[in-house]
Design a protein around this ligand. Structure first.
Ligand code: GDD
Ligand code: GTP
Length: 380
């Protein structure tokens, strides 16, 4: 018997997701036309022995009620329940608080998934790896660029055994490019470790100071490293966090691409008298699409109303844009901070624009290498 927990957090978090989170809690935000955590549930539904999923967080019950009902209809393989923390208890505090629910029926092991990550969730592969090493926890890891690794939990592994020798949560400097994806498989004996960690934290508190939050990372995983109890299973599939509002664009397209690879029937198919469909596209049944429309493609970069000079390079997901009205040839002149700029983007010869940058209404002189986004500027 297996169980699973999705840590959904609560309303005080997800501020970076504004303004989208003003309308919808981040875990429920529609991605590839489904509430975000349905992608987690869908992966969990492929684990045969899994019978119960808990969403643990500190949103009001009323916020979660509808999606829980919907999830139970959509995933009859298991029951889905929402367990509400009376306050933010931390990533391990919530697990510990609801340990009786998790342990009921004596499950062999349980998964813990962060709600704010997207990936292919290779849960069955994690189970196989766990059976081999017989440790206390299997943590899903992935390699990221060196420069950004310290925004995450960093793992140093023994490459032969995949044991985690060292765990550092968001370290100041570089430690490893193998990071914690926020997906774990735990033996139930982990509650003993959480209990120990709580007692240790208690001792460290000044008298009267309340033990507010217990963190899975610093309080539990870090001490487990180097003791042959923590192991990493590395995924080479896609992985990304859903933190900022604009990261939803990328996360959405990652899931669409995954659906395309898997041949999902939910994707729109081209038909003779319908709109032109390029790439992975979902059309909601309630949407009305003009037959002359072109939907997609998600080309990872967008160039509008711009001139791109010879041998220039535009990075992935970058956007180069001017705001000329399409039917107007007249160049409007905009003045910003006393500087005249044109309503288009002009890149000279051999300009390099880094990944994910937005260049709006700029004139860029030749041979420039842009590493930041710019608006209404002349870049010399
Ligand atoms: N129930 C509950 N209670 N959930 C919580 C709480 C809490 O008190 N605090 C955070 N969460 C949830 C969040 O909603 C999110 O889904 C997840 O736990 C982790 O959120 P953060 O605490 O914001 O951590 P992070 O995302 O900055 O870093 C963690 O995840 C990274 C991978 O995405 C760490 O585990 C990193 O090591 C890891 O690399
Ligand atoms: P991380 O710290 O890496 O999570 O980045 P962030 O969340 O601080 O960055 P941001 O919100 O700017 O963008 C998140 C992701 O969304 C980036 O990795 C981009 O690839 C992607 N992204 C941002 N803007 C766009 C866009 O206009 N179109 C597309 N397709 N993707 C975008």
């Amino acid at each position: 018997l297996y169980k699973a927990v999705i840590l959904v957090g609560g309303p005080s978090r997800g501020t970076r997701f504004r303004p989208l989170s003003l309308n919808c809690p981040k875990p429920l935000f529609p991605i590839a036309n489904q509430p975000f955590i349905f992608h987690h549930l869908s992966a969990l539904s492929k684990v045969d022995e899994l019978r119960e999923v808990f969403l643990i967080g500190f949103f009001e019950d009323s916020v979660m009620r509808q999606v829980i009902d919907e999830a139970n209809r959509h995933f009859p393989q298991f029951t889905v329940r929402y367990l509400r923390e009376y306050q933010a208890l931390g990533t391990a505090g919530g697990l510990y608080h609801f340990r009786d629910e998790i342990l009921r029926g004596q499950p062999d092991r349980f998964f813990v998934l962060h709600a704010d990550v997207c990936c292919s969730f290779p849960l069955n592969a994690m189970m196989r790896s766990h059976r081999e090493h017989q440790g206390l926890c299997t943590i899903l890891g992935t390699k990221v660029d060196r420069e950004v690794a310290n925004r995450y939990g960093c793992l140093v592994e023994n490459p032969a055994t995949h044991e985690v020798l060292h765990y550092a949560e968001k370290p100041e400097g570089f430690i490893s490019d193998l990071i914690n994806c926020g997906v774990y498989l735990f033996d139930c004996t982990v509650f003993g470790e959480i209990k120990k960690a709580r007692e240790l934290r208690r001792e460290q508190l000044t008298p009267g100071e309340p033990l507010e939050q217990l963190r899975l990372e610093q309080d539990i995983l870090q001490p487990l490293a180097g003791n042959q109890r923590l192991f990493v299973y590395e995924t080479v599939d896609f992985w990304h966090q859903l933190k900022t509002a604009s990261s939803s664009v990328l996360v959405n397209s990652l899931y669409l691409q995954e659906m395309k690879r898997a041949g999902s029937p939910l994707l729109a198919r081209p038909y003779d008298d319908g709109p032109e469909i390029v790439g992975a596209v979902i059309i909601d049944p309630t949407a009305t699409v003009d037959p002359t429309a072109k939907l997609g493609p998600n080309e990872h970069a967008c160039v509008l109303y711009s001139v791109i000079g010879w041998r220039s390079r535009i990075g992935a997901w970058a956007r180069i844009e001017g705001d000329s009205a399409p039917n107007s040839l007249a160049q409007r002149v905009i003045t910003e901070n006393g500087v005249k700029v044109q309503s288009s983007a002009i890149l000279g010869e051999q300009v390099t624009v880094g990944d994910e940058l937005v260049i709006r209404n700029c004139i860029v002189l030749p041979h420039k290498e842009l590493k930041n986004s710019f608006k209404n500027e002349i870049l010399m």
